[in-house]
Design a protein around this ligand. Structure first.
Ligand SMILES: [Zn+2]
Length: 239
């Protein structure tokens, strides 16, 4: 996807009253976007994009690897691979613009999005709610078992659909886990549970924290790096 010399990657320009300078952003929702201050001379934009073309190509490639195509809204994935539990659930759609979107589960491994499937946000919320319930069923018992095996008690579990975090642990010992952990290979999902349980002892990433984590889960740092690089969550679910 590296642009040939002279060609620019596709982009849109957005004027923002709060912008004080020109910034480039790459997001799954809009692709490459140039944000300019109010009244900015737009004739300068192509040269700015050209200067950052390599940077933009790198980021566009990253989101293309997740299934994004320029100028298109990401569609629901045809299936949800629940890698953490070695299961794949087909995600079918039955479009009916007269009805509000609803999610049904006609079979153990089939989900059906029916109604106005053009209402992307509502459909995503339904799929997320389903994933949250599944994640609670899977990770609730797993977290309890690990917690007692490791001697690291926590106070409560919340399953959420955070956009940027796999998990977190509050000062009061409440562990939050992202429902999309279900889409990760089991060793990466488990890593996040270990990671958050160790935060019940250290609420930071200090050397002591890592020492504890590595002692309980050898190879933790490698798993941490693999988690950062993972592209297991379909782009449609990340919006
Ligand atoms: Zn952490």
């Amino acid at each position: 996807m590296t642009p040939p010399p002279g060609a620019l990657p596709p982009y849109t320009v957005r004027e923002s009253p709060r912008a004080r300078r020109v910034t480039l952003r790459v997001s799954p929702r809009v692709g490459l976007e140039v944000v300019v201050p109010r009244g900015f001379d737009r004739a300068q934009v192509p040269a700015i994009v050209r200067d950052r073309a390599q940077w933009a190509a790198r980021h566009l490639e990253r989101i293309a690897a997740l299934g994004w195509k320029p100028g298109t809204a990401p569609a629901p994935p045809p299936a949800l691979p629940l890698r953490a539990v070695g299961r794949e659930v087909a995600l079918r759609t039955a479009h009916d613009p007269r009805k509000a979107p609803a999610l049904r589960q006609p079979g153990p491994d089939t989900l059906l999005l029916a109604g106005d499937t053009g209402n992307d946000d509502a459909c995503r919320a339904l799929v997320r709610a389903w994933l949250k319930a599944q994640a609670r069923e899977v990770f609730g018992p797993r977290l309890r078992a690990l917690s007692s095996a490791l001697g690291l008690p926590y106070c409560a579990l919340r399953v959420r659909a955070q956009k940027t975090r796999w998990g977190s642990c509050s000062a009061s010992g409440t562990i939050s886990l992202n429902c999309t952990l279900l889409l990760l290979p089991p060793e990466l999902a488990d890593y996040v549970l270990y990671h958050e349980l160790c935060h019940t002892r250290y609420l930071n990433h200090s050397p002591d924290y890592w020492k504890l984590l590595e002692s309980l889960l050898p190879g933790a740092r490698t798993l941490d790096a693999a988690l950062d690089a993972s592209a297991h969550v379909p782009i449609w679910l990340r919006l």
